[in-house]
Design a protein around this ligand. Structure first.
Ligand SMILES: [Fe+2]
Length: 341
């Protein structure tokens, strides 16, 4: 069954492949491998060929037993929906009892992760959008212990309270991915470093902007999710808007040049935001610890509980996302769907 569903998906999104798939489904002739195919589709065809016939090798596809192929069905190269879970701004300390604005941050992050693991788990990857520690590099060891053995990529970028050198040292190597861009299925995830040394505000360097432009420009037919710590739009909060992304206009100019961008997601603001700008979804995610009161002129803590965000990134570029408030799950969550394609 899954084999045919997968084939139908490929046909709908890559019409030129129809002839190729028909041949294989009908058992007439060998599966072809057009050189112009994006890597995700080549992988999909490899899976299909193997799963369907088990021993086909005329087309150069690796031959593996059907059971093994089935076991890899969650391989990101063949998924029509890519699921991410985003945690942001945990503000960890080396001291396990360390608290920020009345919330013990390690306990709060642990609870948020445990909560997520009871719902729609596992995603294909976890996304963490900065402020992993609260100016205390000893906090990274807790993060590594919690997230290092989840069995999936953990995509990280720094926030203004992170310690860049310690972060690179402590989160070095798999499963952690620090910065750059990563292709998962039909999506390209771009991780930006918006930190400005010694400042709560953010700024993308000329190099970061150039890398963003290049990553979006080379995405071909992949949809792009752009991630950073600082907010690139006005949050209608006087104190927060003093510490946003200083060169947001330059950033958004690049976004506007690339039709592949489907969403921008950030942390830093410790509150939920869900908007749309020129067809691009704009998403801010609450912290796994204390929240800030939305649209406040002066700093104010919001009494809302810790939270995280789930993201379903679909093959057609649309996004289904949900902010899950950890202490209020039974009472509901803010779930919304929007086609940003
Ligand atoms: Fe933060």
């Amino acid at each position: 069954m899954m084999t045919y569903l997968t084939a139908a998906w490929a046909v709908s999104h890559y019409p030129p492949l129809e002839r190729v798939l028909r041949q294989d489904l009908g058992g007439r002739g060998a599966l072809e491998r057009p050189s112009s195919l994006p890597p995700a589709v080549v992988s999909l065809l490899r899976f299909r060929g193997t799963a369907t016939v088990g021993a086909r090798n005329r087309s150069g596809f690796a031959v593996v037993p059907f059971r093994q192929a089935t076991a890899s069905i969650r391989d990101t190269t063949i998924m029509s929906v890519l699921r991410l879970t985003q945690f942001t701004d945990p503000h960890l300390y080396g001291d396990e009892t360390g608290s920020l604005r009345g919330v013990v941050t390690l306990s709060s992050l642990t609870a948020a992760l445990a909560h997520a693991q009871l719902r729609d788990w596992p995603p294909e990857a976890v996304l963490v959008t900065g402020d992993i520690v609260q100016d205390d590099p000893a906090g990274y060891a807790h993060f590594r212990r919690l997230f290092g053995s989840l069995g999936m990529p953990v995509l990280c970028l720094p926030g203004n309270h992170d310690e860049p050198q310690a972060m690179r040292r402590e989160l070095n190597g798999r499963p952690f991915v620090l910065g750059g861009s990563l292709d998962l299925g039909l999506w390209r995830i771009v991780l930006l470093d918006s930190c400005l040394a010694g400042s709560a505000s953010g700024r993308l360097s000329e190099r970061s902007l150039a890398e963003l432009d290049e990553a979006l420009g080379s995405a071909r037919n992949r949809h792009c999710l752009v991630c950073l710590h600082h907010h690139p739009i006005d949050m209608e909060s006087r104190w927060l808007d003093r510490v946003g992304l200083e060169n947001a206009a330059e950033f958004l100019n690049i976004i506007d040049r690339h039709r592949s961008v489907r969403a921008i997601v950030w942390g830093h603001v410790h509150q939920n935001y869900d908007g749309l700008r020129k067809g691009v979804r704009l998403l801010a995610t609450p912290s796994t610890c204390a929240q800030f009161l939305p649209r406040a002129d002066d700093f104010a803590v919001d009494r809302r509980p810790p939270a995280y965000r789930t993201l379903e990134l679909r093959a057609d570029g649309s996004i289904l996302t949900e902010v899950v408030w950890v202490e209020q799950c039974a009472a509901g969550s803010s779930r919304s769907a929007c086609s940003a394609a």
